[in-house]
Ligand binder design. Structure first.
Ligand code: NAP
Length: 285
């Protein structure tokens, strides 16, 4: 498996997005979820993305983190080679609603809860999930800086940030911003500027919903015909072409395709070994 860097840590060029395994109406039984995570790990994936808010209901906050922890516990490989990236700052409200809390106190509590859910002494990569308009960004990122300095998290990242917020977070963290996780896919290209800023700062960029999202991923090639065309010529899936296209965008890009079936992640992982030609990339745009 080809590798890329998050800060000075080498991880697989394709990560696993664990969210589909905790989405109401989509989530499989625990056995299939664990087989999916093990398939990824056995194939060389060393980055798993989760969040405290990935849960079928509010009452089950931490569901996805506990699932990832359980799968790692049951895996026969070396857990220390795997970077688990989680997030805090999104709350779950009511039955299956979503809210935000970017306050220092909340983020500190959320981090403690994630430490317990993951069963670790320090979180590998802790990401602020989404800026909270009701809280100054300095306060949210300041909380991350405290957690870094206290050793509760090993690396700090942000998500859903614009170019100015990326630069601000990098400054507040004293140059220690490790990653930015924003939406990026053939149907959502407005993160181009953020990728450029990450490349300039040497910060990893983790495209979320890199295949267009849980409900659209299967139809990626129908919505974007050129991905189907290149895929047919190469004899691979349009999803694999899509991830290879994202990898080619910049050396800092590390896609985190979601999966709830072993077949999906195994197909996606093979994108790390698919090198597209200049002519193909020009056609894909
Ligand atoms: N930071 C944020 O605000 C934010 C927001 C959304 C998501 N995320 C993160 O980003 C990750 C990925 O996003 P996502 O899961 O929303 O969307 P996605 O990766 O675009 O699509 C996920 C779906 O793609 C299918 N799939 C994966 N590989 C495939 C392949 N090679 N061929 C055909 N289908 C394939 C999977 O199907 P099966 O389920 O059938 O396996 C899965 O349900 C999430 O898991 C989460 O970790 C972050």
């Amino acid at each position: 498996m080809k590798t890329r860097l998050i800060a000075d840590l080498s991880v697989s060029a394709i990560g696993l997005g664990a969210m589909p395994m905790s989405v109401a109406g989509h989530m499989p039984d625990e056995g299939r979820s664990i087989r999916t995570i093990h398939a990824a790990l056995d194939a060389g994936v060393t980055l798993i993305d989760t969040a405290d808010a990935y849960a079928p209901t509010t009452a089950e906050t931490g569901h996805n983190e506990r699932l990832v922890a359980r799968a790692l516990e049951l895996w026969s490989g070396d857990r220390d080679t795997v970077l688990v990236a989680t997030k805090g700052g999104h709350t779950r409200t009511g039955g299956d609603g979503w809210g935000l809390d970017g306050s220092r106190d909340y983020l500190r509590r959320a981090c403690e809860r994630s430490l317990k859910a993951l069963g670790v002494e320090a979180i590998g990569l802790y990401q602020h999930h989404r800026p909270d308009p009701a809280v100054p960004y300095e306060e949210s990122i300041g909380a991350l800086r405290e957690l870094l300095d206290e050793g509760k998290i090993r690396l700090a990242g942000i998500s859903n940030a614009d170019p100015a917020q990326i630069r601000q977070a990098h400054d507040i963290l004293g140059g220690r911003l490790a990653s930015v996780q924003n939406e990026y896919s053939p149907r959502f290209r407005s993160s181009e500027q953020e990728i450029d800023v990450c490349e300039e700062l040497g910060v990893a960029f983790l495209p979320w919903s890199p295949l267009g999202g849980i409900t659209s991923a299967a139809r990626l090639g129908d919505a974007h015909a050129v991905f189907n065309e290149v895929a047919a010529e190469r004899g691979v899936s349009p999803q694999r072409v899509c991830l290879a296209w994202e990898l080619a965008r910049s050396r800092v890009v590390i896609p985190i395709p979601g999966a709830s079936r072993p077949e999906s992640i195994l197909d996606s992982v093979a994108a790390a070994d698919l090198t597209l030609t200049g002519e193909e990339l020009a056609r894909l745009g």
